[in-house]
Design a protein around this ligand. Sequence first.
Ligand SMILES: [Zn+2]
Length: 89
Amino acid sequence: MQCMWCSNMNVDQGTKDCYWILPDGKDAVHILQIPALVCVDCGSYLTDEMNHDIDMALYARELPKGRNEITYEELMSAPYKNIFDIKNV
Ligand SMILES: [Zn+2]
């Protein structure tokens, strides 16, 4: 596996904890154990695809109320928001 930044071939898969701004821009959530790449030169970071997936999940899914921490697993298995109701109001 190759580093996306420095082309080092010495890259492992690991996890990373990140603060993420919610789509409303007012709040942030701490997302734990996100699958990440770990490069000996660049440190650990998320791929563009992973960034995109998390953005989409935060936009589309219902987060557990009253929590500012969630694991990646929990986020990706959270129920979808019922956006069709909103459209018909
Ligand atoms: Zn690197």
